[in-house]
Design a protein around this ligand. Structure first.
Ligand code: HEC
Length: 301
């Protein structure tokens, strides 16, 4: 009996999927209609002038040559980049970047229909994404309390990978709790900074720097981190920030303007709780365990 019920519900699901596909294919799907809207809402944030995507999808003329590859990438769930299983585990996620199945079906059907523009007299409203260099938490939290820039580095647009490890001061004069953190390559640096890790090293009694733990990590496309309410992620004042930045001049960097991309700077934006916050909360948090090197050394001691 159970099996029959299962069979009936599978048939119902199958016919529902069939209907969606049929609906998607029944009417003409156009760029000026649903296809462009889906691209504007889900892709342009990275695929735009100054964004991290290697090509721009801001207009029909920019999108059209890529239509077959767009179809492949969305059908395989490789774009937008969001490596999370869709058939297993918790699916109701906050800040979920994945496309809905219906949106995937719409884009796939649009390309199958020849990726048409649609009515040229009713153009799609431009995606309004604001300044690509704005801080991601600006709307909720305003400007960061502290910005910690790396030392500027010139990078050839084409060439071998480069790494830079260096210390910078941070100007924080008392122990504080981090509320939110974002790492942001400034301007054209977005096109060459592959990833950037930052650590905190504290001064010991002899005035030498010792590892404390990781501050945060960044890789292309990362949004930022909000520390949960009632948690203090510690930032000791008696310390320096140690950057470890990997620059990737080939690939995406190769389409950046000029042969030398000058003054590449990566910034850490920190939003801090008021002084004394840690005495009011139950939990503290640091990222000691994130720092594999650090954890390994500790084990060896
Ligand atoms: C979070 C940023 C981000 C978003 C959002 C995003 N992309 Fe991308 N996309 C990238 C980056 C970075 C690359 C280059 C690296 C790569 O190919 O993985 C890329 C590459 C591509 C490529 C070229 C792949 C290749 O093999 O050359 C296509 C096509 C593409 N994206 C389509 C899309 C579409 C369609 C969407 C929206 C449904 C989208 N992307 C959303 C960042 C993004």
């Amino acid at each position: 009996m159970k099996n029959i019920k299962r069979l009936v519900s599978s048939i119902a699901l199958l016919s529902l999927a069939g209907q969606i596909q049929a609906q998607a294919a029944d009417h003409e799907i156009t760029y000026n209609g649903d296809a462009g809207r889906i691209i504007n809402e889900n892709c342009v944030v990275c695929h735009r002038e100054g964004g991290i995507g290697p090509m721009q999808f801001e207009t029909y003329d920019q999108v059209r040559p890529w239509a077959p590859l767009i179809q492949l990438k969305v059908a395989n769930r490789e774009m937008p980049p969001y490596a999370y299983d869709h058939g297993i585990g918790i699916q109701d996620l906050q800040g979920d970047w994945r496309l809905q199945q219906e949106e995937i079906d719409t884009l796939v059907a649009w390309v199958n229909q020849g990726a048409p523009l649609g009515d040229p007299d009713s153009p799609l409203p431009q995606a309004d994404l604001g300044d690509p260099d704005a801080w991601n938490f600006e709307d909720e939290l305003g400007q960061p309390d502290v910005v910690i820039p790396s030392v500027p580095i010139d990078i050839p647009a084409n060439g071998n990978d480069l790494w830079s490890t260096h210390y910078v001061p941070h100007g924080i004069s008392s122990d504080r709790c981090i509320k939110a953190i974002q790492v942001k390559p400034r301007g054209d640096a977005k096109t060459v900074v592959h990833h950037a890790n930052s650590n905190i090293d504290v001064y010991n009694d002899q005035g030498e720097l010792e590892r404390y733990g990781m501050l945060t990590e960044y890789a292309m496309g990362k949004w930022g981190e909000l520390v949960p309410e009632d948690v203090c992620r510690t930032f000791p004042s008696n310390s320096m920030v140690r950057w470890s930045i990997h620059m990737y001049p080939g690939g995406i960097g190769a389409v950046a303007p000029g042969t030398i991309i000058e003054d590449n700077v990566v910034e850490i934006g920190l939003w801090l709780h008021p002084e004394g916050y840690e005495t009011d909360v139950g939990y503290t948090q640091d990222l000691k365990q994130y720092n594999i090197q650090f954890a390994r050394e500790e084990r060896e001691i």
